[in-house]
Design a protein around this ligand. Structure first.
Ligand SMILES: C[S@@+](CC[C@H](N)C(=O)[O-])C[C@H]1O[C@@H](n2cnc3c(N)ncnc32)[C@H](O)[C@@H]1O
Length: 200
């Protein structure tokens, strides 16, 4: 019998049960292979779709998709811009899928790292960080991520996060305001909020 595990388990042991999603994002068709043990295996999460639709991806620079799962956000960014895309997740199965999906979607140049948190990155490394953060992992993890993001963003870089209005958006907005000194709601639809802070 499969053990009960979270999408943020480091080494999922459940049977993989492969799945393949075909989805249109920002006017382009993408294909994502998914498996059990990763976040939103059955469809690209609605919050993730809102985040992708409302994030202003700069045409170039360095972009981090933190908590990348099977890679939707980073792969869309890599396919549609000249950004240098980095993706990070602690779930080894998600990392393998993100790597496979980058090849499947013709963006093999993205870098996908298996890491817990963001200690691998130096101060001022990124122009944009976007994430559908792991709310179920708790505020400790999400708040530490917001603090780390302010450190590894370049000046004038931005952090975009999505969260359910009824599950985390308010406390995340407060934390972003406290850490960055600013936060704005750039989209509010379908029960989700997309929040953005600028590093000044
Ligand atoms: C809500 S899911 C979003 C996945 C993907 N970005 C998407 O939108 O489909 C959050 C992701 O964060 C990852 N995660 C949780 N804690 C993490 C940590 N400390 N460091 C890196 N990734 C983490 C989880 O494994 C999970 O894949």
């Amino acid at each position: 019998m499969d053990a009960v595990e979270h999408y943020f388990t480091t080494t999922p042991s459940s049977r993989p049960r492969p799945n393949r999603l075909q989805v249109d994002l920002l006017g382009r068709s993408f294909c994502f292979e998914t498996e059990a043990g990763v976040f939103s295996k059955g469809r690209v999460d609605r919050g993730t779709c809102s985040l992708i639709a409302s994030t202003e991806f700069p045409p170039e620079g360095r972009f981090l998709d933190w908590g990348c799962g099977y890679g939707a956000i980073g792969i869309v960014a890599a396919a549609l811009t000249h950004l240098e895309v980095w993706m990070v997740d602690l779930n080894q199965r998600a990392v393998q899928q993100a790597r496979r999906n980058s090849v499947l979607n013709h963006v093999p140049q993205v870098v996908v790292l298996c890491a817990d948190g963001m200690s691998a990155f130096r101060e001022g490394s990124f122009d944009l960080i976007a994430s559908n953060p792991p709310i179920r992992a708790g505020n400790r993890v999400v708040f530490a991520f917001i603090e780390d993001a302010s450190r590894i963003l370049r000046k004038t870089g931005s952090l975009s996060l999505v969260a359910q209005t009824k599950q985390g958006a308010k406390s995340i907005a407060l934390k972003m305001e406290r850490v960055f000194g600013n936060v704005e709601t750039v989209d509010r639809s379908g029960g989700y909020r997309v929040l953005r802070s600028l590093r000044t």
